[in-house]
Design a protein around this ligand. Structure first.
Ligand code: NDP
Length: 452
């Protein structure tokens, strides 16, 4: 058996019942097969096995009281995956589906993604099985404070810098940061995604969505095309989806779908700026459901989605490109085939690992422009890196400066992924190029440190 196949099997045995983690390791490791022959020094130092094992995983109890005074207990996680090239960096996810395997998959992905950004950031991820949906502001605040009561001792601006992810937006970051500041008695850049008034960066909320669209534009540019006039399917209606839609509109695209875990809306007339403003108000302030869109805009149709079904009808509409921006494994092989049959030939993943391995195979066989998450959605963490720099410098860049840096970083990521795919004889295979490019920098650093 090859070194890589052997390692994948070992990971499955050593980490039972963590299917998302196995999936992420398999996806990356299969791309790294080609590096084994070219880098005997990595094999000798056993870098491959060392890189799949997190530096440490911290598990903790998070007790909190609801508005009625009833006490609940949640699980808390922070996986500090790899700090070879910089402090651990990666978001916090609050969602009932969160477990150790999901946090490990996200942390593992983050190592390679952060390396690709060209900025000095290691990889980590954390979160809780807490569900913010339907909770009052007071309940969310008390939960965030209880979470930080343990997390604060493990993080720091030069150690580990968390940020948001699913269920953790501006409100949650405010509560988390406020409590860290209180506990430590210091105002320092320990979290990113902060409010502008207290150390946040302009364009951070927009960065992941904008970045995913910039990445799509870069892929199209290779073929001499643009997003102008292209119809786009977008899933999700949270942070990433909203700013994906906004940037698509800026670049002349026509987004026609958005969703949440209940279902999706299809608006044949296109989601324009007025409709997007409605969605932002609905989701960010009123915390409502996407189905309310059709009560306001009669051009749209709402379809409930059964999560257990064999395909998601959102991916079965005529379009040119798709921006999955909700969650992992939201496109399976059947969805992938539906996308191709409907004319989609550009996929730019705002979400982390939204396509199953079978779905990826469909895209790779069809040789379409497939921008995997760790490259396409790296804009968010890249601007988080810029927020860390601004906090250290005690300086703020303007909106235009941050946006320009973001565009520059997305171009560099695209270039690194594309050129590495060429160097390994598979031009345009972005998963291969991105995984290898992200890996090489971390592996070389680990090698330099010796066995630590
Ligand atoms: P939000 O919480 O703001 O939005 C998530 C959206 O996805 C919501 O519309 C939510 O619907 C939907 N969703 C969540 N879980 C499911 C599910 N199991 N099935 C169907 N829909 C679901 O999160 P973000 O926009 O921040 O994150 C979206 C994706 O992007 C995630 O994969 C995240 O890891 C990734 N990402 C985010 C970054 C960031 O900067 N925020 C950076 C890089 C990647 P509902 O409200 O019903 O739950």
């Amino acid at each position: 058996m090859s070194l890589v196949k052997d390692l994948i099997e070992k990971v499955k045995v050593k980490n039972p019942a963590e299917p998302e983690f196995h999936q992420a390791v398999e996806e990356v490791m299969e791309s790294l097969e080609l590096t084994v022959e070219r880098h005997p020094e990595f094999v000798k130092a056993n870098i491959y096995e060392r890189i799949v094992e997190p530096d440490r995983a911290i598990l903790f109890r998070v007790p909190w009281a609801d508005d009625k005074g009833d006490v609940h207990v949640q699980k808390g996680f922070r996986v500090q995956y790899n700090n070879a090239i910089g402090p651990y960096k990666g978001g916090l996810r609050f969602h009932p589906s969160v477990n150790l395997g999901i946090i490990k998959f996200l942390g593992f992905e983050q190592v390679f993604k952060n390396s690709l950004t060209t900025l000095p950031m290691g990889g980590g991820k954390g979160g809780s099985d807490f569900d913010p949906k339907g909770k009052s502001d007071g309940e969310v605040m008390r939960f965030c404070q209880a979470f930080m009561r343990e997390l604060f001792r493990h993080i720091g601006p030069n150690t580990d810098v968390p940020a948001g992810d699913i269920g953790v937006g501006g409100r949650e970051i405010g509560y988390l940061y406020g409590y860290y500041k209180k506990l430590r008695n210091e105002h320092t850049g320990v979290l990113t995604g902060k409010g502008l008034e207290y150390g946040g960066s302009l364009i951070r909320p927009e960065a992941t969505g904008y970045g995913a669209v910039y990445f799509a534009a870069e892929m199209l540019n290779v073929k001499g095309e643009t997003l102008e006039g292209k119809t786009a399917l977008v899933s999700g209606s949270g942070n990433v989806a909203q700013y994906t839609v906004e940037k698509l509109l800026d670049l002349g695209g026509k987004p026609v779908t958005m969703s949440d875990s209940g279902g999706y809306i299809y608006d044949e007339a296109g989601i324009d700026r007025e409709k997007l403003a409605f969605v932002m108000d609905l989701k960010n302030l009123r915390r409502g459901r996407i189905k309310e869109y059709v009560e306001k805009f009669s051009s749209a149709v709402y379809t409930p989605v059964d999560q257990g079904k064999d395909h998601n009808p959102l991916w079965n509409h005529k379009a040119n490109c798709a921006f999955p921006s909700a969650t992992q494994n939201e496109i399976n092989a059947k969805d992938a085939k539906n996308l191709l049959n409907n004319g989609v030939n550009v996929i730019s993943e705002g979400a982390n690992m939204p396509t199953t391995p079978e779905g990826i195979e469909v895209f790779m066989e069809a040789k379409i422009m497939y921008g995997l998450g760790k490259a396409a959605n790296a804009g968010g963490v890249a601007v988080s890196g810029l927020e860390m720099s601004q906090n250290s410098l005690r300086y703020n860049w303007t909106r235009e400066e941050v946006d320009q840096k973001l565009q520059g970083i997305m171009k560099s990521i695209h270039k690194a992924a594309y050129e590495t795919s060429e160097a390994y004889g598979a031009a345009g295979n972005y998963p291969l190029g991105a995984n290898i490019a992200g890996f090489l920098k971390v592996a070389k650093s680990m090698l330099a440190y010796g066995v630590v």
